[in-house]
Structures are given as C-alpha cells and as structure tokens.
Design a protein around this ligand. Structure first.
Ligand SMILES: Nc1ncnc2c1ncn2[C@@H]1O[C@H](COP(=O)(O)OP(=O)(O)OP(=O)(O)O)[C@@H](O)[C@H]1O
Ligand SMILES: [Mg+2]
Length: 304
C-alpha cells in the first residue's frame, strides 16, 4: 500500500533542556492544498519540521506521513522533498553537479536532474559554480533538490526568505501548481503577508503551541473601521450610544462589527464632523499579530 501523503502531528513535544520549543502540537496537513505554517521567530517551526524529517528526536508525540515516521518510509525521496532553512551547498560545485551527487546516492534517474532544474528555472545556470549564485538562485537550487525524487509531499522552511518580488511571485505560483497536482505542500513563514496569497489553510503557532488551524478567511474575525474626529470624545460617546464596540488604538478609534457607511451615519446623526474614516488595512495581518502576540520575539519558546 502506498504511504499516505497526509502529514499528521500528534502531541508533538520537544524540549531543549529548560526551553520548551514545541508543546503538544497536533494538526493535520492534507494533500492537494498549500498549508501555511506560521509563527514568529523562535515559535518552533523549524524544530517541528526537523522532527517530521527525523532530524530531531521528539521528547514525546509523533510526526508522521499517514502514521509512518520518516525513517520508516519505503521510498523517502519519492514521498517527501524538503528545503530546510540554511541549506548549504559546496561553492565550487555546479547546480547540476550537486544534484548529480544526491541523485546517485538516492538511486534517482539522471534525466530527473535537468527536469528539476527546469522546474525551478535554473536550467541556464546549471553548470555555473554555486559559489557565484545569488540568494534567490540558491533558494531555487534548494527547491530543485526537494523536487529530485518527484515527491508527493513538499516541506519548505521559509522558502521566500531573501527573494525579490518576482521571486516571491514565482514561488507562489510554484506552490499552487504543486498542490493542484495533488501534492501535499507545507510551507513555513514568519510573515503572513508572504504566504497569504498562496495558502489554502493556515496553522499558526506561538511559543511552540498551536494557536490557530483553519482557513485564511476564518482568521478574519470581522472587518474594522478606523475613525476619528477633532472631538474624539463626542464621537466615541455617539458610537457607544449606538451600541458599537469601540476601542482607542493607534491614535484613532477602532470600531468592530460596523461598516464605514454605518459609522459615518452615526457620526452624522450626532452632528460630529470626522477627520478620518476608513476600513482597517491589513486586517489579516492584524489578526495574526493578535494571535501570536505582537511584541518583538513574542513567539519565543517558553522556559521552565
Ligand atoms: N538545538 C537547539 N538547542 C537549544 N535550543 C534550540 C535548538 N533548536 C531550537 N532551539 C530553540 O527552540 C525554539 C524554537 O526554535 P525554532 O528554530 O524551531 O523556531 P522558528 O519558529 O523556526 O523560528 P525562526 O522564524 O526564527 O526560524 C527557540 O527558542 C530556539 O532557541
Ligand atoms: Mg525557523
């Protein structure tokens, strides 16, 4: 029987001494979708992915491909392709040379090397020494490596890091294409805006704990309106009287659950001239920051 391409995390936990990097993490990643694995720096993303790939031993819990641990996979290269952070390539070797080494070791047919290089747009640079590659080219080489075995699961740790806007657009399309072919795509990022346009589902962690699992739309807890007036107190009083949920934030009032038009109408009826009225920008990013805690390194691991 073919190994399931559903990734399953069950009670996954990892402590490094007193640092609780990952705590009781349970979620599932389905094929045919791009799943974003989000969390601030230090939240435990890389540690989680390294446990999935058998590079770090869990303190407890499991991370499997349909119940099968990475080290027990019958054909690991054809099951899962990975591009983890800080992949290092020997500077003196060409891209083709690198892939040839891995392909030979894994028993992958030679013709797949050029296929993989073409898939990531590196074919014209295939024989150039990797030492002269730009960061973006290196990222693409990491992806070509991930694709060598034509795997049904892709695990990518921050593949967008360091890419220019064209590179980001390219990788977005690439991940969507991989998912539409029925592959499982799990991609980590510390910035929602980087993956927002390419993911179907989101898993958000902070301090090693699961904070959210669901759709992008589900993260949007309702639109908000930013409004202000020279007489802010009068405006606030009018809104509160109308039953609105009002907060002072960022030097203006934030109103939940009403449209801009409704807020404008309330102010008009109360005869309060406005100095500002707009739908809140970047509602998703704001919701993300609320979930993970928006101070610097807010997602750092807990200590005992
Ligand atoms: N080998 C290790 N020894 C000790 N602590 C570690 C080790 N690996 C990770 N940690 C700690 O575990 C926590 C999670 O780190 P991890 O690299 O998994 O986070 P991350 O979400 O990938 O962050 P980033 O966005 O910065 O890549 C951090 O507090 C980190 O310092
Ligand atoms: Mg990381």
């Amino acid at each position: 029987m073919a190994t399931s391409t559903t990734i399953e995390f069950r009670g996954l936990t990892k402590s490094f001494g007193s640092v609780h990097a990952v705590s009781d993490l349970s979620f599932t990643v389905e094929p045919g979708q791009v799943t974003g694995f989000l969390g601030p720096n230090g939240a435990g993303k890389t540690t989680t992915l390294r446990m999935l790939l058998g590079l770090v031993r869990p303190t407890s819990g499991t991370a499997t491909f349909g119940g099968v641990a990475y080290r027990d996979l019958a054909s690991p290269f054809e099951t899962v392709g990975t591009a983890l952070e800080a992949s290092s390539f020997h500077p003196g070797r060409s891209a083709r040379g690198h892939l040839a080494v891995y392909a030979a070791a894994a028993g992958i047919r030679k013709s797949r090397i050029d296929e993989a290089l073409r898939l990531v747009g590196l074919e014209t640079f295939a024989d150039r020494r990797v030492g002269g590659y730009s960061l973006g080219m290196r990222q693409r080489l990491g992806l070509a490596f991930a694709l060598l075995g034509d795997p049904r699961v892709l695990v990518l740790d921050e593949p967008v890091n360091g890419l220019d806007p064209e590179g980001i657009r390219w990788i977005r399309t690439f991940m969507r294409e991989m998912a539409s072919q029925g592959r499982t795509v799990l991609v980590s990022s510390h910035l929602l805006s980087e993956v927002q346009q390419s993911v179907d589902r989101l898993v958000i962690i902070s301090r090693g704990r699961l904070m959210y699992e669901g759709t992008l739309a589900g993260l949007d807890t309702g639109s908000r309106v930013v409004v202000d007036a020279p007489d802010r107190d009068a405006l606030e009083a009018a809104l509160v009287q109308a039953g609105a949920d009002v907060h002072v934030a960022g030097g203006a009032l934030t109103v939940a659950g009403l449209s801009s038009a409704e807020v404008g109408a309330i102010a008009h009826r109360a005869d309060v001239p406005l100095s500002q009225l707009a739908a809140e920008n970047n509602r998703l990013e704001a919701a993300f920051l609320e979930i993970v805690g928006d101070t610097g390194l807010g997602g750092e691991a807990e200590r005992a």
